[in-house]
Design a binder for this molecule. Structure first.
Ligand code: CA
Length: 428
């Protein structure tokens, strides 16, 4: 059996070289078309492969997928499929890779089978791929943490004393995580200008995005158990792009002393296709040197970072898009494995479908920052857009699109995009 990551594999489907979804990727998602209801799918070029249809034609019958077959492919989320475990995900990805190979006629030579199994992505509605029961947001970019510390605290001591010892995080809100394409309503909230005597309540004036990646938990753990770092990635199904929308004025007034709350919980957006950790394996790289060396339970000997190019586009209503930031996920100081091990180190249990976001991903240069807060440096250097306007924070009607891809040996493994448009606040 060929390795599904083999760069020489080709599909019988015509896939443009710029596509995020070549045969080496095969990310999982959930889509809906009116006459069929929700289906689990795999992205391939401009198409989605309907896994329920593939299962009904018998192509998964010899795989050990348990008694929930084939119903598990006709769900509104991937949770039940993910809960089948890594051997099941791998078997399905391997079989899909074989079915889509240029020299396999099983699907390609049968027009009826092909019509049932392949649908154009432009004709489907993508659903939120998982139901997350829990969501944690980390703060693992040293550049981002340093920038925020410089702006809000002390430029000479931007990083707090715990930062290089702990992957800092907080428990976020899972219920308001939405799939790409869902509009985001500007939140109302309580905020107080530094020179004002008292706070007021109203639409946030400092709405922002945060460029992040998130990983999807693929395996439950038991309350009380801890997950050693060398097994941490066994609990990761895959990754999505993540926009952690943020209301800076609400956040800065409310966050002392217990941390982020309503300035964060009004919405997060995720990309619809989950790229598996297996597909990302060729793009594994060492992270930055950690100094001082972390405590023993967080010490990592192997490479746990991933080389993923990222960009953010900002598009005002009825205007063209400006790419306002380009950066890379490999800069993250704390790896996903360290985040997961730290989260479980007190015995807290993890659940299939949980989302763990990386924290804002900022790079070392002014054009690689992952939020408007940093790009416009708290409003002091507004970001010019191609239509001649400028932004310090987001305006109503603005659309934010985040994209990401890895590239090596002529293979591009992409994430598609996560997109959302800002609507006016309720009552305004
Ligand atoms: Ca965040």
């Amino acid at each position: 059996m060929a390795n599904p990551n083999d760069p020489t594999l080709r599909s019988w489907i015509d896939i443009p070289p710029t596509s995020d979804f070549p045969i080496q990727n095969l990310p999982f998602g959930v889509f809906e078309i009116e006459e069929r209801g929700p289906r689990l799918g795999v992205a391939i070029g401009d198409y989605a492969l309907d896994l329920y249809a593939v299962a009904q034609f018998g192509y998964f019958s010899d795989l050990d997928l348990g008694p929930k077959m084939p119903k598990v492919f006709r769900r509104r989320t991937l949770n039940q499929f993910i809960a089948l475990g890594r051997p099941a995900w791998r078997a399905v990805r391997q079989r899909v890779s074989e079915l889509l190979r240029h020299d396999n006629p099983a699907l390609s030579s049968n027009p009826e089978v092909m019509r049932e199994c392949l649908v154009r992505q432009s004709e489907v509605r993508m659903l939120r791929p998982v139901k997350p029961h829990n969501y944690t947001d980390f703060y693992s970019s040293i550049e981002h943490a340093t920038n925020v510390g410089m702006m809000f605290r002390d430029p000479a001591n931007a990083l707090l004393p715990n930062w290089r010892h702990i992957p800092i995080g907080y428990h976020g809100r899972a219920s308001s995580i939405v799939v790409s394409g869902t509009d985001i309503r500007r939140p109302n909230g309580q905020r107080k200008a530094p020179d004002a005597d008292a706070p007021t309540f109203g639409p946030s004036q400092q709405l922002d995005f945060e460029l992040e990646m998130a990983f999807v938990v693929g395996k439950n753990s038991t309350l009380g158990d801890t997950i050693p770092l060398q097994y941490a990635e066994d609990h990761i199904f895959g990754l999505v792009l993540f926009n952690d929308w943020s209301a800076r004025d609400i956040q800065s007034w409310e966050y002392v002393p217990l941390g982020p709350f309503l300035g964060k919980s009004f919405g997060c957006s995720i990309s619809p296709w989950i790229v598996t950790l297996d597909a990302l394996e060729p793009f594994r790289v060492p992270g930055p040197v950690q100094e001082p060396e972390p405590l023993l339970y967080l010490r990592q000997l192997d490479a746990h970072n991933f080389d993923i190019n990222l960009e953010v586009g900002l598009q005002p209503a009825d205007s063209a898009e400006t790419v306002v930031s380009r950066t890379n996920f490999q800069h993250m100081y704390w790896s996903m494995a360290q985040q997961l091990t730290h989260q479980s180190s007190n015995g807290c249990n993890l659940e299939v479908g949980d989302l763990y976001a990386s924290g804002t991903i900022s790079g070392p240069t002014p054009d690689s920052l992952g939020s408007m807060l940093e790009l416009a440096w708290r409003g002091t250097r507004p970001v010019p857009l191609v239509d001649g306007s400028e932004r310090s924070f987001l305006l109503d009607g603005d659309t934010v699109a985040m994209r990401g891809y890895c590239e090596k040996d002529g293979v591009r493994i992409g994430f598609g995009e996560v997109r959302g448009t800002v609507l006016p606040a309720a009552g305004s």
